[in-house]
Design a protein around this ligand. Structure first.
Ligand code: PRP
Ligand code: MN
Ligand code: MG
Length: 181
């Protein structure tokens, strides 16, 4: 698996430092607010876990599974809700946990859904923000790294459902997906 990676963009150590920095910031901003973290499956699994461990406040966590890439290289533009939340978000301070904001479509879908359900306040904490990829307006409040225009895998991010278990974020060797299409 590691030999499919051309280069590392963010090492495990750099990601850990980002989780620490944002966890401290969230601790300060959400003291006494009892927020609910909404982890967006599957990509945000590792990021959610690492940031929440750095938050020294009372916080809930819940999961929603949405998919638009269906494992591939480009957003299909169509968001599917695969598994819904179990919590009621009405009146709650919500923090959406994402691995990456690219076209912004997934985030827009989630924000619209949470607004319909009368969340009190919605903020977004993402490991990676790729502003150049935007197709719809979407903004993250807490950002680990600004990502250049690259297709990346690892630390939750997949190509055809694999590479999520890499402990770092990296760029795939072109031959890995060229051979595949
Ligand atoms: C990826 C990623 C984000 C979303 C970002 O999820 O984890 O949730 O796409 O892209 P966007 O800004 O263009 O909408 P994906 O649909 O691949 O599902 P996954 O998390 O299960 O891999
Ligand atoms: Mn995702
Ligand atoms: Mg994916």
């Amino acid at each position: 698996m590691n030999n499919d990676i051309e280069k590392t963009l963010y090492s495990a150590e750099e990601i850990k430092a980002a989780a620490h920095r944002l966890g401290m910031q969230l601790t300060e901003d959400y003291r006494d607010k009892r927020p609910i973290l909404i982890s967006v499956l599957k990509g945000a699994i590792l990021w959610t876990v690492d940031v929440m461990k750095e938050m020294d406040i009372m916080a809930e966590v819940d999961f929603i599974d949405v998919s638009s890439y269906h494992g591939g290289l480009a957003s299909t533009g169509e968001i599917q809700l695969i598994h819904d939340l179990s919590a009621d978000v009405a009146g709650r301070n919500v923090i959406i946990m994402e691995d990456i904001i690219d076209t912004g479509r997934t985030l827009k879908f989630l924000i619209d859904l949470l607004n319909e359900r009368h969340a009190k306040d919605i903020k977004v904490c993402t490991l990676l923000d790729k502003p150049e990829g935007r197709v719809v307006e979407a903004k993250a409040d807490y950002v680990g790294f600004q990502l250049p225009k690259e297709f990346v895998v690892g630390y939750g991010l997949d190509y055809k459902e694999f590479y999520r278990n890499l402990p770092y974020v990296g760029v795939l060797k072109p031959e890995v997906y060229e051979n595949d299409n």
